[in-house]
Design a protein around this ligand. Structure first.
Ligand code: ADP
Length: 275
């Protein structure tokens, strides 16, 4: 009767009912859905509101950090650096929470672009090389002119989170392979590492918010614990599927499969022919 209940959400399930018959069970999940929307809005608003005070704090801490070389702040140098690192961590967390809330808002993609995936991947791998500081060997196999229809910022989140994770969870001397190629079903991106690997029991839970196998290691690498949730949601919006293969102590492969209707041949660069 109240306007909030005016929109009814039903969940359906089909169960066997003897004699080969089936029973359709419908459950009213309107209240659950309403609470889910309230939670999502709350997270989005809270993250947004936390940004402004944090920007002010960071500004002052940066100024204090620059002054801490000598003078009255000299003895505070260590604590100021710690505070700057913590503020930076909080900023990453807020940005990831906001990103996830926006992706979860589930609004259909209003605009789709032709995304130059090979160009995007080159930038993502360059960033990962900088992150790796020369500790890993990178191998890339990228099919040129294989583009995707979608949102560049969201696809960048997918690729950069997966490649950054490969760097964070692979000890020095390891190899990271990035591939982008067409296959019978559409196109596939994959990143394979020779890192620490993931136990079978953890694989199914990795895309849950804040799920980490080793919290200490994740924090030390600057991880927010939201990366793979962001990957999952952004992929779903592109009709993509995430697959995780891993073996403890051997390495992991994260693959994203995109369907044919998302794949497009990018513009071929025309070379000028002098006659
Ligand atoms: P985080 O910010 O902690 O990296 P993610 O959501 O990106 O959060 O990943 C969740 C957890 O999955 C990580 O904490 C880590 O335990 C595990 N993980 C992700 N990628 C890899 C990888 N390439 N190798 C091993 N473990 C990984």
């Amino acid at each position: 009767p109240s306007p909030i209940h005016a929109q009814l959400t039903l969940a359906y399930r089909i169960v066997p009912y003897g004699n080969g018959q089936r029973l359709l069970v419908a459950r009213d999940v309107s209240e659950m859905r309403r609470l889910e929307l309230v939670r999502r809005d709350f997270v989005a608003n809270a993250s947004h509101e936390l940004r402004t005070p944090l920007t002010v704090l960071r500004g002052y801490l940066d100024m204090m950090g620059a002054d801490a070389g000598s003078g009255p702040l000299a003895s505070w140098r260590g604590p100021i650096e710690d505070m700057r690192a913590q503020a930076q961590r909080m900023e990453s967390l807020i940005n990831d929470m906001l990103k996830l809330a926006r992706l979860e808002a589930d609004s259909p993609m209003t605009r789709q672009d032709l995304v130059d995936v090979p160009g995007l991947l080159r930038r993502v791998v360059d960033d990962a090389r900088a992150l790796s500081k020369g500790e890993h060997r990178f191998e890339t196999e990228i099919q040129p002119e294989l583009f995707l229809l979608g949102r560049e910022a969201e696809l960048q989140s997918v690729f950069s989170n997966l490649v950054a994770n490969a760097v964070h969870y692979t000890p020095s001397g390891g190899v990271i392979r990035v591939r982008w190629k067409a296959d019978g079903e559409g196109a596939q991106f994959s990143v394979a590492d020779t890192g620490i690997g993931i136990a079978e029991k953890d694989i199914a839970r990795l895309t849950e918010r804040f799920y980490r196998v080793d919290i200490g290691r994740s924090r030390a690498s600057g991880g927010t614990g939201l990366g793979l949730s962001i990957v999952k949601h952004a992929l779903e919006r592109h009709d993509g599927r995430l697959r995780i293969d891993s073996e403890l102590g051997v390495g992991s492969t994260f693959s994203c499969q995109f369907p044919l209707h998302r794949v497009q041949q990018g513009p071929v660069v025309q070379e000028k022919i002098a006659l």
